[in-house]
Ligand binder design. Structure first.
Ligand code: SF4
Ligand code: FES
Length: 211
């Protein structure tokens, strides 16, 4: 199958951007990430994007297709070919562009590093069954833990807010007994890197949230 797509290029040295069209061959099952790999391997090795797991787990291949946030490794390309549509691939919005389709997701790492942990007492590990967790809480915590830090919520938010991401990181620990001792400190810790990255909702004042 022949795939055509337009890629938003950005050169950090010249700070110039442009749209570049590519046409490559690939199997009918190809995802957007597969097509990008073919472009990079056979046409233009300077096309830059991020990938890792290839199975919608790591969030690193987040980008936009025709303005909508997608995971490249999870986006089939055949339906676009069948519809005769040439998609425009651009980087995630509301995050600093490093090069081409790569954005700086460092703020997410700093937010998690600031409070995405629980205290571990010394001694032997407690038996898991000794800490009862209501099934509903367990299910909700698992749902929150499914956040892969892809940045789609930031890209889609008119406020450039990362509150959905932060909400998931707070909830996955606050819903469980192990996350209780630090639940207030954790939220306060998240606010500073969130504000420094400019990802707070614009209606919230930085100073008003500090202790
Ligand atoms: S909450 Fe945001 S960063 Fe996390 S998976 Fe959902 S869209 Fe991606
Ligand atoms: S490569 Fe990991 S989510 Fe796509």
């Amino acid at each position: 199958m022949q795939f055509t797509l337009k890629i938003q290029r950005y050169d950090p040295d010249t700070q110039q951007g442009r749209l570049q069209e590519f046409t490559v061959d690939g199997p009918e099952t190809a995802t957007l990430l597969d097509v990008l790999d073919v472009v990079k391997d056979t046409v233009d090795g300077s096309v830059t994007y991020r990938k890792s797991c290839r199975m919608a787990v790591c969030g690193s291949c987040g980008m936009r297709m025709d303005g909508a946030a997608v995971l490249a490794c999870k986006t089939p390309m055949a339906p676009l070919v069948e519809a005769g549509h040439v998609p425009v691939i651009s980087p995630m919005g509301n995050l600093p562009v490093v090069k081409d389709l790569v954005v700086d997701r460092g703020a997410f790492d700093r937010i998690i590093a600031a409070g995405g942990f629980i205290s571990v007492p010394t001694g032997s590990a407690p038996d898991g069954n000794a800490i009862p967790v209501p099934k509903e809480n367990s299910d909700l915590a698992m749902d929150a833990a499914a956040c892969i830090g892809c940045g789609a919520c930031v890209a889609a938010c008119p406020n450039a807010s990362a509150m959905l991401f932060v909400g998931a990181k707070v909830s996955q620990l606050a819903l469980l007994p192990q996350g209780q001792p630090e639940r207030r400190d954790r939220v306060r810790s998240y606010v500073i890197p969130l504000a420094e990255a400019g990802l707070l909702p614009s209606r919230l004042r930085f100073g008003a949230l500090l202790p």
